[in-house]
Design a protein around this ligand. Structure first.
Ligand code: PLP
Length: 438
């Protein structure tokens, strides 16, 4: 079937982009939103409901970004909106403890292996604080991470690999001093030998290894079977902490995140975990937590300092709690089935258009690499054809489907992606795949 794009006017988005660029670097408040990787004008969204975004010019799009993960239930879910309205009417922030914080933390403790949890406002804060705590707890300085894993814009983690496998890294962006990354080791993902070598050489200095529980920030690159277990065991052998970053996968891959699909079955638990996105229901909330004896080192119980004016904000906890309470087995079964249908449609469309592609997933999170090789690490991910992705992205956008505006991102679906939304994506795919082939 051929889908003809309806003529979209982007006049108001273009005008807003102009205005924004005059006062904000690149016109956006987070770089990927600027469309730099795909070109063109970012759509300024005026409203969203369920699976659909409506831009300021009145164009509608099936949303496959879902705010980069948080919108598990879809946009403006009536019960989440009601919880937010009720919370707002009681006041927006007090700077004192609230019952909502306790309830949200209890809900997360119930779903995951963490014993104690501290709320913060962003995933970046969560990973930054987890690393500080790991260093404070172990009395060691070195942090290990994987190339292609993103943990927010923490200086020590915006690092690029050094010249050798076990050499320390260099800043990944101007503005990060060499001293901030001089204690970070960056290794290739899914590479057990590299991990073993790094711990053999530096094991007694390593405070923690941090990894995305299943990377979604170089596109989706699932851990090889047993890889997370291996990481957890290697850390334990060397007295380092294993920090599993579930900011993206938490409460999305399953009710208990990626850990629910591997650690829960394999009998291991991370020492520390980080969460964000879904647990805030679209508002700024994130968290880090884990073993009680480690968390015990955090102020005010222990000496490791960490704080936040808006941590555990009443609106964020209300939205997060409403979202998690509604995220039952039916939600996870639905998003799994939507993702399945889309993956089949995508494979059919690229297959028919003769475009080399790999679709990789963990749970309902998936991404499409325009390459002919399996993607196990960042070097493999970098072989994706970004020019072809740009053509595909714009052909989908013209047909009313908003994909992530970068080839290196996960696609997200929600409980609100119904048959009409799924069909709209399936209808758009064949022409868009042909555009990628051109
Ligand atoms: N960790 C992971 C795995 C993420 O995907 C992200 C954001 O995409 C972060 C941390 C940082 O979260 P935030 O953008 O809320 O600071």
């Amino acid at each position: 079937m051929t889908s003809t794009p309806t003529a979209q006017s982007c006049e108001l988005s273009s005008a807003l982009f102009e205005r924004a660029r005059a006062v904000t670097p690149g016109g956006v408040n987070s770089p990927v939103r600027a469309f730099n990787a795909v070109g063109g004008t970012p759509r300024f969204i005026g409203s969203a409901r369920g699976a659909w975004l409506t831009d300021v010019d009145g164009n509608e799009y099936v949303d496959l970004i879902c705010s980069w993960g948080p919108m598990l239930l879809g946009h403006a879910h009536p019960e989440v909106v009601a919880a937010l309205q009720a919370a707002a009417a009681r006041g927006t922030s007090y700077g004192t403890p609230t019952e909502g914080e306790v309830a949200l933390v209890e809900e997360i403790v119930r779903r995951t292996p963490v014993e104690r949890l501290r709320l913060v406002s962003s995933g970046t804060e969560a990973t930054m604080s987890a690393i500080r705590l790991a260093r404070g707890f172990t009395g060691r300085d070195v942090v290990v991470k994987f190339a292609g894993c993103y943990h927010g814009h923490v200086d020590a983690l915006l690092a690029s690999a050094g010249s050798g496998l076990t050499t320390f890294s260099i800043p990944g962006t101007p503005g990060v001093p060499e001293s901030s990354t001089a204690l970070t080791l960056v290794l290739p993902y899914n590479d057990r030998d590299a991990v073993t070598a790094a711990f053999a050489e530096h094991g007694d200095r390593i405070a923690c290894l941090i990894t995305e529980a299943a990377p979604g920030n170089m596109g989706v690159v699932p851990p090889d079977p047993g890889f997370n277990k291996f990481l957890s065991e290697t850390c334990r052998e060397h007295g380092a902490l294993f920090v599993s970053d579930e900011v993206m996968t938490g409460f999305r891959v399953s009710a208990s995140g990626q850990w629910g699909t591997d650690g829960a079955n394999e009998g291991w638990t991370p020492d520390l975990m980080t969460f964000g996105k879904v647990m805030g229901g679209g508002l700024p909330a994130a968290a880090f937590g884990g073993r009680a004896d480690v968390m015990h080192h955090l102020a005010p119980e222990g000496p490791v300092y960490q704080a936040g004016t808006l941590s555990g904000n009443p609106l964020a906890t209300a939205a997060g709690l409403a979202t998690l309470r509604l995220a039952d087995d039916g939600v996870y079964a639905h998003i799994a089935s939507v993702a399945d249908t889309l993956r089949t449609g995508i494979a059919d469309a690229f297959g028919a258009a003769g475009v080399a592609h790999r679709i990789q997933s963990t749970g309902s999170m998936f991404s499409v690499f325009l390459t002919d090789r399996p993607v196990r690490d960042f070097a493999d991910a970098s072989t994706t054809d970004t020019v072809a992705y740009g053509a595909f992205f714009h052909a989908m956008l013209d047909r009313g489907v908003h994909l992530p505006p970068s080839a290196y991102e996960s696609w997200f679906v929600s409980a609100a992606h119904d048959d009409r939304a799924v069909q709209a994506v399936l209808d758009a795919l064949p022409d868009a795949a042909r555009a990628a082939a051109a």
